[in-house]
Design a protein. Structure first.
Length: 80
């Protein structure tokens, strides 16, 4: 989560679980079907020890190469 920077917001549920929210708005792009606004939210749920217990991704954003959310290939994981 450090690579993504500080969250946009933090919330909690009645059980005391914390949720870190990252909002991303990439703006409009044109597709074959017309303009689309790329916007999404990523939510990490953590327990009292800050161990990730859940993850949700909602929206239509892509993890572009300049995004902190890009996926690291299996071959690169051992080298970083």
């Amino acid at each position: 989560m450090e690579q993504a920077g500080p969250p946009s917001s933090v919330s909690a549920d009645m059980a005391g679980n914390k949720y870190y929210h990252w909002l991303e708005d990439r703006g409009g792009v044109y597709t074959y079907n017309g303009p689309v606004n790329l916007k999404c939210e990523r939510i990490f749920g953590v327990d009292e020890r800050e161990v990730i217990t859940s993850f949700a991704w909602d929206g239509n954003c892509l993890a572009l190469p300049d995004s902190p959310w890009q996926r690291i290939s299996q071959s690169r994981q051992g080298t970083e």
